[in-house]
Design a protein around this ligand. Structure first.
Ligand code: ATP
Ligand code: MG
Length: 442
């Protein structure tokens, strides 16, 4: 992509309304524009990151055996009357009336709709288990939308739903999602720690929030250092195998947010030099809730011994749009964003320091073509701008690599290659610079 033609409205000034770094940088880097409180348009650069995150989430759901589908954003109120949540949800629910005076709503989540689909299509234990997901926009009329996409009113969520014949079978689905979440976040360069979460009044439920550590997180978190040091991606996972060993490791040691934190238990269970107290951001939440929806909504299956029983369900959410902000919170410096390679909007920023100089233009065009031919994504800064402004913009938008081409270097047959995360700069021949970039598979 040529920057001269790209919609990238970067800003030097810090926007007054943005309180946290991810919100500031997303606005300054021209990734999002606010349409109304907590509702954003995704500009081209931001949308590329959102799509990359979405794709990683999708691949890991598929790998775990979850089937993708798509439910609508607008739902009929009657389904929510059946579950009893139409009134419970209160003002967070955006209620709409259509031209026939029917009550509709913009879905804040999809348990009711998926339960309705299930009850009209599945009848027997033989058709179980089922594990389904979709990636769809949600609306929650949050009292205080803030921090940009981190707590929006409209936001993109991946939500999965499991259907099983009993609690034992549900645990298999729960473990699959548990392990796939660990790997999903690790692939984005994040360390997400599953923490015990509130399960509500019904006994026998299971619930974990996946929290990434970042200084600006909304909750305080307490956990064993083993969880901070463990390399999640070191081993391959077979989702058809018994995953209880992995889940046991991640649930055997102390890991809780302030909501459930117990200082005495923390001190008793974790040696002093292994105690971690940090702030964290919730990026995912998994929940087994038994027959909470299937019972009132009549989603029942016949069991092996001929009984007719409500199906056991769980739901599993990931905040896809929140992750864009969360990754920035976890990875930035004073100059801007530092994208982990797997979610970077482009692999390489190519900077032409002297547009109009025939040697520079020629070298840049050649590199631009070669890099793209090798399936690298490149943002080519071909604008007629001061070098200082180009460097500042490139640091701000945080691409993993910068390839800098200037007339003086070219006379000596060298270009400069800079890594955004370490700030390391190296003068190299064009051939060596390319070799260095090929070595990094993205
Ligand atoms: P929170 O405790 O942050 O309000 P929640 O418990 O209401 O979240 P869930 O219903 O578990 O959230 O939704 C699943 C995921 O969707 C959350 O883990 C979070 O990552 C994301 N999410 C929830 N609310 C928002 C929001 N207002 N803006 C962006 N992402 C959100
Ligand atoms: Mg939650």
């Amino acid at each position: 992509m040529r920057l001269s033609r790209y919609l990238l409205p970067t800003m030097k000034e810090t926007p007054a309304e943005a309180q946290i770094v991810s919100h500031r940088y997303m606005l300054r880097a021209g990734m999002i524009r606010q349409a109304s409180a907590g509702v954003y348009s995704w500009l081209p650069l931001g949308y590329r990151v959102l799509k990359k995150i979405e794709q990683i989430v999708r691949e890991e759901q598929d790998r775990a055996g979850c089937q993708e589908m798509l439910m609508p954003t607008i739902q009929p109120a009657d389904l929510w009357r059946e579950s009893g949540r139409y009134d419970d949800y209160g003002k967070e629910m955006l209620r709409i009336r259509d031209r026939h005076d029917r009550d509709m709503l913009y879905g804040p989540t999809n348990e009711e709709l998926i339960t309705d689909i299930f009850r009209s299509s599945v009848r027997s234990y033989r058709d179980l288990p089922k594990l389904l997901y979709h990636i769809q926009w949600k609306f929650r009329d949050e009292v205080r939308p803030r921090f940009g996409v981190m707590r929006g009113r409209e936001f993109l969520m991946k939500d999965s739903y499991s259907f099983d014949v009993d609690f034992e079978a549900s645990k298999v689905a729960y473990r699959k999602m548990f392990v796939s979440y660990l790997r999903t976040f690790a692939r984005m360069g994040l360390r997400a720690i599953p923490m015990e979460a509130e399960t509500g009044p019904i006994g026998g439920n299971l619930s974990h929030e996946f929290i990434i550590l970042a200084d600006t997180g909304e909750s305080e978190v307490f956990c064993h250092r083993d969880y901070v040091e463990y390399d999640v991606l070191a081993d391959d996972v077979d989702y058809n195998a018994d995953l209880s060993g992995i889940v046991d490791f991640w649930t055997s040691k102390y890991a809780r947010t302030d909501e459930l934190h117990d200082q005495a238990a923390f001190e008793a269970e974790v040696p002093e030099d292994r105690r971690v107290t940090r702030r964290g951001i919730e990026v995912g939440h998994i929940f087994y809730f038994s027959t909470k929806y299937s019972d009132p909504m009549g989603a029942r299956v016949t069991t092996a011994d001929g009984q007719d029983m409500p199906v056991h369900m769980g739901s599993y959410g990931i905040g896809v749009s929140r992750l864009v902000g969360a990754i920035i919170e976890a990875s930035h410096d004073e100059a801007g964003i530092i994208w982990p390679e797997p979610v970077a909007p482009f692999d390489i920023g190519l900077i032409n320091l002297k547009v109009g100089d025939p040697d520079c233009d020629k070298a840049c065009e050649d590199l631009y073509n070669q890099l793209q031919a090798a399936h690298k994504t490149v943002l080519y800064d071909d604008r007629d701008e001061r070098p200082g402004a180009k460097f500042a913009d490139m640091d701000l938008i945080g691409l993993p690599w910068q390839l800098i081409i200037g007339p003086r270097g070219l006379q000596r047959h060298v270009v400069e290659l800079k890594r955004r995360d370490t700030g390391e700069r190296e003068e190299l021949s064009i051939g060596s610079a390319l070799a260095r970039l090929w070595a990094y598979a993205t």
